[in-house]
Design a protein around this ligand. Structure first.
Ligand code: HEM
Length: 402
């Protein structure tokens, strides 16, 4: 971890866990607490169950598309990282914007372009004032931002009007967010101002950034790792076929998956999509024998902690899903050392959404295809913003005969 005095200091568990709870008592923090309270109902389990058919529809479209690409020998090659990004973009578009899915999809395309442009310029972004230079890239990024905001503004306006006229919330994220915003009541029972339109727009943009890339990266690494470990691929498929056969995947069944869940956790341990996140001290705090003043920014390395031999044992770099057989807390020597979704009050609000989506997608893929790495695949995990495969994930799919 580095602090603003330029020191680099490694802080390990358990001292690290103290930091995870830090960081929400400032002015920024108060705003966050309000946002979190308004967002929470939209991610409640009952709401996720209602979103399940949308997950299912998107996954079905993906496996059907792959089935149509199969050659005469019953196989085809795909870049799983692109395909799964498109899947998770579709899922967010449908679950966030329901009937306005096509506008949602346009936002997803624009944000994907935005991420690509940001990544291409990432080294220059450190130059003070660089983002206001009138370069071609910066002008296009501003244009994209304006287009995203105007689509969202129109969409939110339409929804608010429908709600005023007594229409339903449609149970999509935007509807649930607006409904919760309208009825926001603080702990003392007083109605307090909810989010402004600008803040709702920011939350919608965040759903894409926070929810799309991360989940597609989890699914991509899962396909890569299961290609490297066919014995675990077979075990997972057996479990899926045993539980569901050819029947529809339901919430209760997805919750009973043990092997698939252990596999997803082990992939999240080895390849955490958000490989690091930050915390800022708001009061003086002592960590690892050093006292830090308020305002110090710490970078929490999930990757480093998930690969620490002292915490996970000598097989730390091996893919061993059964280390999670007794649950997350018994998987390592330090309970709490597994935190791909963060920890403490700021923990990822979409973690149940992400895991449900990943289970649904993986089950459907396993039921229809066997897969292995294509000869062109090069294993190169790369951490620019997120931990992704640098050269894509070329996977060979083979249809499972029914
Ligand atoms: C595998 C998938 C995902 C991973 C690994 C992941 C990881 C994370 C992490 C590490 C954080 C920061 C937590 C902290 O500071 O303690 C975060 C925050 C957040 N995530 Fe996720 N996330 C995933 C999926 C999603 C999805 C699907 C959504 C929404 C649909 C979502 C929405 C958010 C939001 C809104 C925040 C900010 C929460 C706050 O500041 O209160 N995430 N996520």
């Amino acid at each position: 971890m580095s602090n603003k005095f330029g020191h680099i200091q490694k802080v390990k568990f358990p001292a690290l866990s103290k930091l995870l709870a830090v960081g929400v008592a400032t002015h920024e923090g108060e705003k966050w607490v309000k946002h979190r309270r308004i967002l929470n109902p939209a991610f409640h389990v009952e709401k996720l169950k209602i979103m399940l058919p949308a997950f299912s529809l998107c996954c079905e479209e993906l496996v059907n598309k792959w089935a149509q690409s199969l050659g005469p020998d019953g196989s085809c090659e795909v870049d799983a990282s692109l395909e799964l990004q498109s899947l998770t973009g579709d899922v967010i578009s449908r679950t966030a914007f329901g009937s306005s899915y096509l506008e949602g999809r346009r936002i997803f395309q624009l944000q994907s372009e935005q991420v690509g442009r940001f990544m291409a310029a990432i080294h220059k972004i450190m130059i003070p004032g660089y983002t206001s230079f009138p370069t071609k890239n910066n002008r296009r990024m501003r244009q994209i931002n304006n287009e995203i905001e105007s689509i969202l503004r129109a969409l939110i306006g339409k929804r608010m009007q429908a709600m005023q006229e007594g229409g339903s919330t449609n149970n999509d994220l935007i509807g649930l967010l607006l409904e919760s915003n309208k009825t926001d009541v603080n702990e003392n029972g007083q109605s307090i101002p909810g989010m402004s339109i600008e803040e709702v727009i920011e939350e919608c943009k965040l759903f894409y950034f926070a929810g799309m890339e991360t989940t597609s990266i989890l699914l991509t690494w899962t396909m890569v790792v299961l290609s490297m470990h066919p014995e675990w691929q077979d075990r997972a498929r057996e479990e899926v076929l045993g539980l569901f056969g050819k029947h529809k995947l339901d919430y209760e069944g997805l919750n009973r998956l043990k092997t698939v869940t252990m596999i997803l956790y082990e992939v999240l341990r080895l390849y955490p999509p958000a490989s690091a996140f930050t915390r800022q001290t708001y009061k003086e705090i002592e960590i690892g024998g050093i006292r830090y003043p308020p305002g110090v920014i710490f970078e929490m390395s999930v990757l480093y902690t998930h690969h620490d031999k002292d915490i996970w044992g000598d097989d730390v770099h091996q893919f061993r899903p059964d280390r999670f057989a007794e649950g997350i807390f018994k998987a390592s020597k330090e309970p709490g050392a597994f935190f791909p979704f963060g920890w403490g009050p700021r923990i990822c609000i979409g973690q149940n959404f992400a895991l449900l989506e990943a289970k649904m997608a993986l089950c459907m893929i396993l039921r229809c295809f066997e897969f292995e790495l294509a000869p062109s695949y090069t294993h190169a995990p790369h951490t620019v913003m997120m931990l992704r495969p640098m050269h894509g994930a070329q996977i060979k799919l083979r249809a499972i005969s029914s």
